[in-house]
Write a protein that binds this ligand. Structure first.
Ligand code: DGY
Length: 325
């Protein structure tokens, strides 16, 4: 089998693929360009891709008729046109696990706490010599306990974020298409508008789809409480970044913490200059535990496929019976 790996991943998992296969691993320390992906991917049976690779039907055709599996080293798979894969009999796998859910949930809380207690600003000022002794009014923040956290998208990650709120004395509101019968009874299902108007913190945990693209925009932001905080560890294009900048500039929002951006890796320069905005470079899942698990799952999907076993983390389950041979 010809296996093309678009970028090195942490751990030794790629070694496992080399037994009996023709494996090409990109040596670049950056995503491949479209041209590089086509020229190196041509003839591949399997692609091990990253979320930075944009793989639509045209790309699948350019790689060629041998392409049977795309194993995406990510939980999200909005970088792949799954419908196009399905219509070509190409299988798509992703890497969801509790290790990733935990890592993203922890990062969400790290951002929430850093925002409310102004940790990043205070750290920067202290390291730059601004600390002259205790003062009654420097870096006043917001108490978290007793506040309300609104979770948009109570899936696996959203649920883990919500569970962590219990020890913090924070009330949870959530919204999704329908109330979740499995949700803890203390989590309150509300409409989107209610969530926005009642939450002190709003955290996004939806996948990127046509429905969720720019779901946080001027209109929805205007419904948030004055002084509320927005946290996004989901996908950048869920938020209209320009309209977020307006809401922050006007003082309507108290702050925002973003791990993902509308047009990665570009970041709106105004966000960079705002002291009440915390930015991290799409690292919510970046723990050793989570990234190892992702590597293990991405490789196991390929090994299962090579042995004609259905990978457990197949995104387009319904393609299995009609898969390309
Ligand atoms: C994912 O797995 O989708 C994450 O965004 C990668 O960190």
């Amino acid at each position: 089998m010809k296996i093309v790996v678009t970028r090195k991943i942490p751990g030794n998992f790629l070694e496992k693929l080399k037994e009996g296969n023709d494996v090409w691993i990109s040596s670049f320390d950056r995503p491949l360009t479209e041209e590089e992906l086509i020229s190196n991917g041509k003839g591949a049976d399997v692609l091990l891709s990253l979320l930075t690779d944009h793989i639509d039907g045209e790309m699948m055709d350019a790689i060629g008729p041998n392409l049977k599996l795309i194993s995406n080293y990510a939980v999200g798979f909005d970088n792949i046109d799954v419908e196009a894969a399905k219509s070509r009999g190409i299988l798509v796998c992703n890497t969801p696990s509790d290790d990733v859910n935990e890592a993203v949930a922890e990062h969400t809380w790290a951002l929430l706490m850093s925002l409310s207690r102004r940790i990043v600003e205070a750290n920067y000022a202290t390291k730059n010599g601004a600390y002259k002794g205790w003062e009654p009014d420097i870096f006043l923040g917001t108490t978290i306990s007793g506040k309300t956290l609104g979770i948009i998208g109570l899936g696996r990650i959203g649920t883990m974020v919500a569970k962590k709120a219990q020890g913090m004395g924070v009330d949870i509101l959530y919204t999704k298409r329908n109330p979740d019968p499995e949700a803890n009874s203390s989590f309150k299902f509300v409409s989107m508008d209610e969530l926005l108007s009642q939450s002190d913190f709003v955290s996004l945990h939806v996948p990127l789809t046509d429905e969720t693209r720019h779901m946080i925009n001027g209109n929805t932001l205007s419904k948030m409480k004055t002084g509320a905080y927005l946290i996004n560890t989901a996908r950048g294009p869920v938020v209209d970044e320009h309209e977020l900048v307006d809401a922050l500039r006007s003082g309507h929002l108290g702050g925002a913490a973003l791990d993902v951006f509308d047009n990665e890796p570009e970041i709106n320069p105004e966000l960079i200059g705002m002291p009440n905005v915390i930015l991290t470079p799409h690292i919510a899942s970046a723990t050793h535990e989570a990234r190892n698990k992702m590597g293990e799952m991405a490789i196991n999907a390929i090994i299962d496929f090579a042995s004609d076993r259905k990978p457990s983390n197949l995104v387009n389950n319904d393609t299995w019976d009609n898969r390309r041979k």
